[in-house]
Design a protein around this ligand. Structure first.
Ligand code: FES
Length: 677
């Protein structure tokens, strides 16, 4: 059959199509952005296009008068009832008859301008639980008495293929005026997650706007959310706020204790997190300049303690063996049940928890990073106050959590602070002079480069953030300032006045502005002990999973979480935080939990898929594993007193220094087992 050239503007996409191909079909085949919400039945008018006729040297095409099929009865019906802009055709009705140039006007493009921030750029198949459908409802007839709702349900069945739709109660009071206002044409927002369609909202006529969903990562420290357009899958705004529960305790265990010690404490924390969540939804809707009531679906991922507190469940049982969850399965609720005031019918989906200390956030990381589909053996670590660790490949995945505590976030560190302007985030130490250079959040220059001090004039240097503390300790180890047991040498032993006496041990001065009233930023032995304990907990969890897998090495390591995004693989390995692999095999997945939440929001088929995957993950409880303690003790050394780290040793030289002259007790602190937190 004859093939004709179709050129779309403004995209410039072009292709050849058989005579008789609808323009909407050609657009879809070429990936041209042309809208449709009625399935090409000629009633939504979202697919309007403007054909151009004549000579187009730029496109090398001449468009004859008969390049498109004749105006048809469906278009005429639309013209009679609603009116089409002159020159426009319906893309679902007009078919290709010759070479043609088609302009897609902005209002027919689904992908309107969007703002993307802080969301990973990934392609997710568009398959949301809530979709829009335009239908024409039969008018009432005295001779065939039936309710307006029953005729709407019949129209959804006949025109949108939605069988036996149910309707949320709040839709009913406004249904009759809406149908009449729309002249018996309405747009319905319909929820369907395999449990049957349910009408959530009805607009008169053809609704021109969009509907939205929120993907939320509810962490112990921050709540981060992406507002997504459910018609395009695009992220339209992202934002976050501090978890208001912080005032009840920095880490999870202190919040569990708060609930135990204070009658009603759990309810107080539930109210705090729900208020914070509602405020975040309001804030993001305002940023995106959308009506909050257009948010119709939300996916939440969180660790088990946050999961319970958000649901209004006392987390008491999670604080003691056997760490029983009140419920581990995925939950399908309404946003209103969780105190989130958006559309009255808005749904809420919580991913399943993997185990008592491996939450729905880890399940979301599984969804985003897919260790269960990996050919090679991958270790996925989500570093927070509790590290959630998964090891696996497509034949099996195991998971555990390890109590790293808040040291990696800069807490428990003498000059530690959260990652914020003014914090030292990168460090290099010259092995010969033992002098440092560093970078500070707020400037992209090193401290010995021109313009550095101008860049940070507003904040100055305020402390060291989590990634900075890891780098500085690793650099101190490389420069021979700290030994394998974690002890800092004295000025005489190391040969630099930057090593100063600090109580019974030594400290290394990274930055000293005390002469001018500024801060003295130093790394002390207790700082190193705190990091030793945190990293030993992390490594022991990973090592335990490797034991269970009966392997001594892994093929690659993925660091998830905001912190993981900033850790340098080399420095993490010098500290022995992660198993020995080539540096290039350590990658960062950014906020993988947030990405997993987005996947479950945009593609509903992934919900059942992750529920099945989670059921198959083998859970390992570190607290009851006898080998954990042994691994922990070995992992307290830098990098490890038992595991050899051959690849690390081939890549860097770790000086053979020993500062343990008998007086200090620095390394012993690293052997003390942390409580879970
Ligand atoms: Fe709805 Fe063409 S797709 S009118």
């Amino acid at each position: 059959m004859a093939q004709h050239l179709v050129v779309f503007t403004p995209s410039g996409k072009r292709g050849h199509f058989e005579a008789g191909t609808p323009i909407l079909t050609a657009a879809r085949k070429l990936g041209v952005d042309l809208d449709s919400v009625c399935g090409g039945r000629g009633i939504c008018s979202k697919c309007q296009i403007t054909p151009s006729y004549g000579e187009f040297p730029k496109h090398g095409v001449t468009v004859a008068d008969g390049a498109l099929s004749d105006w048809n009865s469906v278009e005429q019906r639309y013209q009679d009832k609603r009116g089409l802009t002159p020159g426009r055709r319906l893309g679902c009705q007009a078919t290709v008859q010759g070479d043609v140039v088609i302009d897609v006007p902005p209002e027919s493009q689904v992908h309107r301008q969007v703002v993307r921030k802080a969301a990973a750029d990934i392609d997710i198949p568009l398959n949301p639980t809530v979709t829009l459908h335009v239908v024409e409802v039969e008018e009432p007839d005295m001779h065939k008495p039936s309710g307006d709702l029953e005729r709407l349900v019949a129209a959804l069945d006949a025109q949108a293929g939605l069988k036996q739709a149910q309707v949320d109660l709040h839709v009913l009071p406004s249904l009759q005026p809406t149908l009449r206002k729309g002249d018996w044409r309405v747009t319905c927002a319909v929820h369907d997650e395999g449990d049957g369609p349910r009408v959530m909202h009805v607009w008169p006529g053809v609704y021109d706007g969009s509907i939205y969903g929120m993907a939320v990562d509810l962490g112990s420290t921050t709540i981060a959310a992406h507002l997504c357009d459910l018609r395009t899958g695009d992220v339209v705004a992202s934002s976050g706020l501090m978890n208001p529960q912080i005032r009840f305790g920095e880490d999870l265990m202190s919040r569990v204790s708060y609930a135990m010690m204070n009658p009603g404490g759990d309810a107080e924390m539930t109210a705090a997190v729900r208020d914070g969540m509602d405020a975040l939804f309001t804030q993001i809707a305002a940023e995106a300049e959308i009506d909050k009531s257009l948010i119709m679906d939300a996916v939440f991922v969180c660790n088990p303690v946050m999961h319970h507190l958000f649901l209004g469940i006392d987390p008491f049982e999670l604080g003691q063996a056997p760490f029983a969850l009140a419920t581990s399965d995925a939950l399908r609720l309404r946003c209103a049940d969780l105190g989130v005031n958006v559309h009255p019918s808005a749904r809420a989906y919580l991913l399943p928890c993997i185990a008592g200390h491996v939450g729905a956030d880890a399940a979301a990381v599984t969804l985003a990073e897919a260790p269960d589909k990996s050919e090679d053996l991958v270790l996925v670590v989500d570093v927070g106050t509790n590290a959630e660790i998964q090891l696996g490949n497509k034949s099996q995945v195991m998971a555990c959590s390890s109590p790293t505590g808040p040291a990696f976030e800069g807490a428990q560190i003498s000059a530690g602070q959260r990652a914020a302007p003014g914090a030292i985030e990168k460090v290099e130490i010259d092995p010969a002079t033992k002098d440092p250079r560093f970078r500070v959040i707020g400037s992209d220059k090193w401290s010995d480069e021109d313009g550095f001090w101008d860049d940070i004039e507003g904040t100055g240097i305020t402390g060291i953030c989590g990634s900075g503390i890891i780098e500085v300790i690793a650099e101190m180890r490389l420069a021979g300032i700290v030994d394998a047991s974690g002890l800092i040498g004295s000025a005489d032993q190391v040969g630099t006045p930057r090593c100063i006496q600090d109580g019974r041990t030594n400290a290394y001065v990274l930055h000293d502005a005390s002469a001018t009233g500024g801060p003295l930023v130093k790394v002390t032995n207790p700082d190193i002990r705190a990091i030793q304990m945190a990293k030993a907990a992390l490594y022991s969890g990973a090592r335990l999973l490797m034991d269970k897998f009966e392997v001594d090495t892994v093929d690659r390591v993925v660091l998830a979480g905001a912190f993981g995004a900033h850790i340098s693989p080399k420095h993490a390995m010098i500290l022995g935080m992660i198993p020995d692999v080539p540096f290039e095999k350590v990658t960062s997945a950014g906020n993988a939990a947030g990405t997993g939440a987005r996947i479950a929001l945009i593609d509903k088929s992934q919900r059942a898929a992750i529920e099945a995957t989670v059921r198959d993950i083998e859970k390992v409880e570190t607290a009851v594993e006898p080998k954990f303690q042994e691994h922990f003790v070995n992992a307290s050394a830098l990098p490890n007193s038992s595991d050899p780290f051959p690849m690390l040793n081939a890549a860097v030289h770790l000086p053979d220094v020993n500062f343990n002259t008998g007086g200090g007790d620095a390394a012993a602190g690293g052997r003390r087992r942390r409580r879970r937190g």
